[in-house]
Design a protein around this ligand. Sequence first.
Ligand code: UDP
Ligand code: MG
Length: 306
Amino acid sequence: MDKISIVVPCYNEEETVLAFYTEAERVRNAELANVEFEYIFVDDGSTDKTLDIIKKIRSTDKTVRYVSFSRNFGKEAAISAGLSASVGDYVALMDADLQDPPFMLPQMYRAITEEGYDQVGTRRATRKGEPVVRSFFARSFYKIINLLSDVEMIDGARDYRLMKRSVVNAILSLPEKLRYSKGIFSYVGFKTKWLSYDNVERVAGSSKWSFIALFRYAVSGIADFSTVPLAFPLFVGILFYILFAVCAVIGLTSKSLLSAVCAVCFFTSATTLTCVAILGKYIAQNSTEIKNRPLYIVRETETDED
Ligand code: UDP
Ligand code: MG
């Protein structure tokens, strides 16, 4: 019998986790009765009753497992912990809030077992309902990162996916501490089928992402999957040589030398600071890797109680 591990990162999801489990079980009973499920809820340092609810579900269903972190380490760390703990032949990665609809699982499973794909990813069909500004920045982000990086990032791709064990092993074999999963999923390759679906609202609770957090996440992703921005100082340097040369010529022929020099000086300092900030970002990410701290610290798992 095939086993699917359902990995669910949870951060303060007391309002959604039971609804998620109930819906996933409904789908399994209705359409995947010949498949075994294993749930791995990763409690990412929740401060509400998320872990208690997971334990309660486990008391009636031993296929429910959990990993609970010592504090909040972020969704990327939770994904890694869940993938490491999973033992299924296939692994599904799903949010707890039912924005990743379980009813798609049978179709995803068939795509792998019958159509020969290694993994099935999902993407939102449209950005309908999203605030205009957020949608603009999201689209721009995908354009920029795909221009700068060799790894293709799919616009609107969600983390919701079903993978074969070989794909999971490839993901876990990447040693980096900064785990930008959108990039990592593309980086490992494999034969991937994409399914589109309309955006679903959270069943309860609220999103953990602020606009600032999304922006920082986007910048980290670019620095993680492209070194092109490091060439920025070189291009700007060349531009300045040209600008200074033009100023020198203007200075010989006109009286506006002072204002031209002032303008170039302001432009130079602003751009120099930008270049320093770009370098700083790469140095910061390097230092995270060099420190080699663990991705997460586990406080308890279901094996502690048995
Ligand atoms: N999540 C997590 N750790 C965090 C933030 C979020 O494990 O630090 C989980 C969260 O519980 C949910 C999933 O990641 O299951 C997606 O989070 P959210 O719904 O806030 O993101 P959105 O759907 O708005 O992108
Ligand atoms: Mg969500």
